[in-house]
Design a protein around this ligand. Structure first.
Ligand code: NAX
Length: 332
């Protein structure tokens, strides 16, 4: 059996609870790969991980390798092949007597976390390690982590696959087709309400979703808010934020990065911009991506963007630039 080391922060959180069994079940890394899992948590809750580990053992998966709980990011990421940075400080938490409501405060607090995590990953993880940031604000956390890792052979991603899955689901429902009919979904930009889920280049059974649905008013005025506000709709209905679907999206991303993309299709994640589509270099930006037969992840080129798309992409780019500005001392 092959072996892989996987590190995950936020191991006691609700996304992790859905995610962890699927990381060691053979589903994510293959039935021929044993998964050594390192769960990283803050000291206040690390003991809860003992219970999680008991449950993982009790799942009895043949692919289960060593299981470790730690508060030490360095121990966690040592020799890791994949690192899932799920943990972060949520909005509304009280830190040093102050309730964190402002995005700028959130950016700064998480910036501190992702500084140490980035440094540890750059120094200690595998040279070809892949890092997926789920914890919000995901794109800018990834920007900080990648900058601090200072290791150009490692690959950083921020998760937009949940947005992409939501965007596909809404198109499928409107068109009255099976979700498998919807392909080529791109989430351009930030994992935030400014994201642009691209219905013009998405396809339903091979034709543009806009053409297939044939209701421009719905596409331009209802569809985008439906996708952008889906997370809030889940919270309103469930009384808790998306966890199973977020975990599923993380697994989708790992699998999409690790396996050749189906001919003609692409997948969504945020990666460092190389200047494609005029996006400032280095910004962690949601693009359409393909994994080649050699395993490299490339930004899909030559996608046509109409004025509607360009105006939406401008807004999300500006938001990411202002987030970068808010943490500029950490990323310059
Ligand atoms: P929870 O609050 O249930 O869990 C987060 C866990 O992270 C907690 O157990 C906490 O102790 C831990 N943590 C905090 N700081 C840490 C650190 N420095 N090192 C290690 N662990 C640390 O949140 P959950 O619902 O699991 O969500 C996790 C993150 O995913 C949140 O930031 C959330 O906003 C974000 N999301 C991102 C999505 C995306 O598409 N990119 C979608 C889902 C989700 O909203």
């Amino acid at each position: 059996m092959k072996e892989i080391n996987v590190a995950l922060t936020g191991g006691a959180g609700q996304i992790a609870y859905s995610l962890l069994p699927r990381l060691i079940s053979g589903e994510t890394f293959g039935t021929d790969t044993k998964v050594n899992l390192r769960l990283i948590e803050i000291p206040q809750v690390v003991d809860k991980l003992k219970g999680t580990i008991m449950e993982l053992i009790d799942c009895g998966f043949k692919q289960t390798g060593s299981l470790l709980a730690t508060t030490d990011i360095k121990e966690g990421v040592q020799d890791a092949h994949w690192i899932l940075l799920v943990g972060s400080i949520p909005r509304g938490i009280v830190v040093d007597g102050k309730k964190i409501e402002e995005r700028s405060d959130l950016l700064r607090i998480n910036g501190g976390i992702f500084t140490g995590q980035g440094e540890a990953i750059g120094e200690l993880a595998q040279e070809d390690a892949k890092i997926l940031v789920v914890g919000n604000p995901a794109n800018t956390n990834a920007l900080i982590g990648r900058t601090k890792s200072n290791n150009p052979t490692q690959s950083w991603f921020a998760m937009t696959a949940l947005d992409a899955n939501r965007a596909k689901a809404q198109l499928a429902e409107k068109a009255g087709v099976d979700i498998a009919s919807v392909t080529n979904m791109t989430i351009w930009g930030n994992h935030s309400p400014t994201m642009y889920p691209d219905p013009y280049n998405a396809k339903i059974d091979g034709v543009s979703a806009v053409e297939a649905i044939n209701d421009l008013d719905w596409i331009e005025n209802e569809y985008l808010p439906l996708v952008q506000q889906r997370g809030k709709a889940v919270i309103d209905a469930r009384g808790a934020s998306s966890a199973a679907s977020a975990a599923n999206a993380a697994i989708d991303t790992v699998k999409a990065v690790d396996s050749q993309t189906t001919e003609g299709d692409w997948f969504s994640a945020a990666v460092p911009s190389d200047g494609s589509y005029g996006i400032p270099e280095g910004l962690i930006f949601g693009f359409p991506l393909r994994t080649s037969d050699q395993g490299s992840v490339e930004i899909v080129q030559g996608i046509e963007l109409n004025d509607f798309a360009k105006s939406k992409i401008k807004v999300t780019t500006e938001e990411l630039l202002s987030e970068k500005e808010a943490v500029k001392d950490l990323v310059d």
